[in-house]
Structures are given as structure tokens and as C-alpha cells.
Design a protein. Structure first.
Length: 286
């Protein structure tokens, strides 16, 4: 037996060829405990956990409005391009985030579209003085490369604009070497860590400490950029934006109605004028 340090959502752990391997809860897929487990298998295990009363809070990232769902995974651990909940289906990206409107079961998802850029935006609590930007950059670079085993070349930028911290992870499929962890998996582990819902066996979340001073993060949002733009229709627009569009349309319709009524009035006035002139002519001729 062994302990899967990088994934507590497993069972049946054993040493195989010198490595700790376990079965992911919910799918039974064997995972290698020396690296990160794929997001799809982790989500599936989380759903199974929630069904047994150990529900964890769903993600509240701005762009992922669906939160937790029970995903269909390939044997490799990747998300299947088409995901369904009963008779409702949608297409997802490699991060498992919905990128189309929801349709019936006839929906076709021809390919699993790759998420090539993930933006993690955090906001720290109010402070008397801003953090040191270089120290902050070093802390997050070291954390991501050591704790989540992501190659440093996939960290394209770490920006500090008090009180916001933005981390850019970029990874094209052509750049990714065999055995490299995926940026979608890194972002998922990271988000769970900062929200105190760590996936690691020891359950210790990520303690953010810059220059030996603890930093409290108040809000974390993850944005996804796919190599092919998402396919959302008007139905998926936010109610506020729809309201603005409706107001504009109402204003245009109102303007058209006013224009038509004005022209009608002018038309009636011209007709009346012509009628009066004809009557005058007839009076003179008589």
C-alpha cells in the first residue's frame, strides 16, 4: 500500500513498478500519484463524494456558470468533447468548461477544442502597503513549478496591479511535451488550494506568503481562452446585456412609429389642402 500525495480522491492504492498507483473514485481509472490527476477524473470523484454527503462548494469562476457536473472522461482522463445531463447536452473545451449553448442529445461535438490560455485573477485583502512585485512573482513561479509540476515556460506572465494579481498560463498542444502536466489541471488544483478545498492528501491548502508575510486572497476567478472561439448564441448573454438590447430595440421601434404617424399627419394635411383648392376652383367656375 502507498499514499497518493497528489490526490486524496482515490482508492485501492498500490506500488506498481516503483510508483504509487491508485484508482480514481467514480471512474476506477488508474492514476499515477507522482503527477497531477486530470481535472475530468477529479470532477467525477468530487460528484461521487457529494452524492455521499461530503459535498464541496462548486466553483464560482465567472466564466464557468455551470459549476460542478458529472463528466464523461476518456480512459486517458481527458474530457469527452460532448457532455450530457440526461437529455441535455453541450460541448466543452479541454478544461471541461461549456463552450456552446445547451441542446438536445442530437448535438454534435466534432472535436475537443483546446484551451491554450488560462488567466487566473486574484484579489488580496486591503493592505497598508502594496506587495513587492518581484517577491510576488518569485513566490507564484516557484509554487506553480514545484507544487503543481508545471514547466516554467508555460507561465507566460505574472502581473501585480495592487490589489489584483494575474497569472497567465499558456500551452498550445504543439508546445506540450509528453508527460507535461496540463494547464487546465494546474488551474483546477490551484483554485481548489486557494479556496481551502485542497486535493492533495495532506489537505493543506496553499499558504500565500510574500517576504515572510502571509497574504489573504479574497477572490479568485479563472478565465479560459480556447484556440477556437466559443459558440454561444444570444440566449446565453447575461440578462443585463439583453435588457440593454431590448431597450435599444424599443427606442428604435418607438422612433419608427413616431416617424410613420408624423408622415401620415402630413399626408392628411396635404390631401385636405388639395381638396379645399379643388372646391374653390369649382366655386369660381360656377
Amino acid at each position: 500500500a502507498c499514499v497518493c500525495e497528489k490526490n486524496k480522491r482515490v482508492t485501492n492504492c498500490r506500488i506498481d513498478s516503483g510508483l504509487c498507483r491508485c484508482d480514481a473514485i467514480g471512474s476506477g481509472v488508474t492514476v499515477d500519484c507522482s503527477t497531477l490527476t486530470s481535472k475530468c477524473l477529479l470532477m467525477k470523484a468530487e460528484v461521487m463524494g457529494s452524492k455521499s454527503g461530503r459535498r464541496e462548494k462548486p466553483k464560482d469562476a465567472f466564466e464557468d456558470t455551470d459549476g460542478l457536473y458529472d463528466p464523461e472522461c476518456e480512459n486517458s482522463g481527458a474530457f469527452k468533447a460532448k457532455q450530457c445531463n440526461g437529455t441535455t447536452c453541450w460541448c466543452v473545451n479541454t478544461a471541461g468548461v461549456r463552450r456552446t449553448d445547451k441542446h438536445d442529445a442530437d448535438l454534435k461535438c466534432n472535436q475537443l477544442v483546446r484551451t491554450t490560455w488560462i488567466i487566473i485573477e486574484m484579489k488580496h485583502a486591503e493592505r497598508n502597503a502594496p506587495l513587492n512585485a518581484e517577491s510576488l512573482k518569485k513566490f507564484f513561479t516557484d509554487t506553480i513549478t514545484s507544487r503543481y509540476q508545471l514547466q516554467g515556460r508555460y507561465i507566460s506572465n505574472i502581473l501585480y496591479e495592487n490589489p489584483y494579481i494575474t497569472i497567465d498560463l499558456k500551452q498550445n498542444s504543439s508546445d506540450k511535451s509528453f508527460g507535461d502536466v496540463d494547464i487546465a489541471d494546474v488551474a483546477y488544483y490551484f483554485e481548489k488550494d486557494v479556496k481551502g478545498q485542497s486535493i492533495f492528501h495532506n489537505n493543506a491548502g496553499l499558504n500565500v506568503s510574500i517576504d515572510n508575510e502571509p497574504v489573504k486572497l479574497e477572490k479568485t476567478v479563472v478565465f479560459y481562452v480556447d484556440e477556437i472561439a466559443p459558440e454561444f448564441s444570444m440566449k446565453s448573454l447575461t440578462p443585463g446585456l439583453i435588457a440593454v438590447i431590448v431597450v435599444v430595440l424599443v427606442a428604435i421601434v418607438a422612433a419608427i412609429v413616431v416617424l410613420v404617424l408624423t408622415r401620415r399627419r402630413k399626408g392628411k394635411y396635404v390631401k385636405a389642402e388639395v381638396k379645399e383648392m379643388n372646391e374653390m376652383h369649382r366655386g369660381l367656375n360656377a
